[in-house]
Design a protein around this ligand. Structure first.
Ligand code: PNS
Length: 169
């Protein structure tokens, strides 16, 4: 009988902040891999809204129902980080054809840097394919409703960060 070696996957991203679309990928990824590491890229040049510490906190709370999912952060090359984590798979979600070109480039570059490192793409669920962290931040900062687009804790944090208290009815 063939021995099953456990498959570690990394789901990298900016997660500034985590959306329900990310959470859908995490939930489905947690069923595919033995261990899933959701890892935030430390990249201040992107001028993130939330610090890495805040993003880690929000992610930890959001992934708490999944026992094989953990949260981490990394600097530098993803391919090098994957090696240190003994990960064989990079997990990414694809929402639309517009995501594809960039994702293809990244996947091929990562494979060149680390042959044997496979990128696995999950198609975003139909209900999530229009959601992005960037649009969520834009909508809430202009007073729009983002309920259901991000986990409740993230909505609260966005309201505080962007000075957008919940409207009283
Ligand atoms: O959520 P994002 O911003 O689309 O995530 C992009 C991310 C973090 C996956 C990508 O920028 C990345 O992997 N950066 C690490 C630097 C790196 O390894 N670059 C070269 C190979 S693509």
């Amino acid at each position: 009988m063939q021995k099953h070696t456990s498959v570690v996957a990394i789901y990298p991203g900016s997660f500034d902040p985590i959306t329900t679309g990310h959470l859908d990928v995490i939930e489905r990824g947690s069923r595919l891999f033995d261990r899933l590491i959701v890892s935030i890229l430390h990249n201040e040049s992107k001028s993130p809204l939330f610090s890495v510490e805040d993003r880690i906190e929000m992610l930890r709370e959001a992934v708490s129902p999944f026992s094989n999912v953990e949260v981490d952060c990394f600097h530098g090359l993803l391919a090098d980080y994957a090696l240190t984590k003994k990960a064989r798979v990079i997990l990414r979600g694809i929402r639309a054809i517009s995501d594809y070109e960039n994702e293809l480039q990244m996947a091929l570059m990562n494979r060149r840097l680390q042959p044997g490192l496979e990128t696995v793409f999950l198609l975003a669920g139909e209900a999530f394919s229009f959601i992005s962290s960037r649009l969520v931040k834009e909508v809430i900062s202009l007073g729009g409703n983002i309920a259901g687009l991000v986990p409740p804790l993230v909505e609260q944090r966005l309201r505080v960060r962007l000075h957008r208290p919940e409207k009283q009815t």
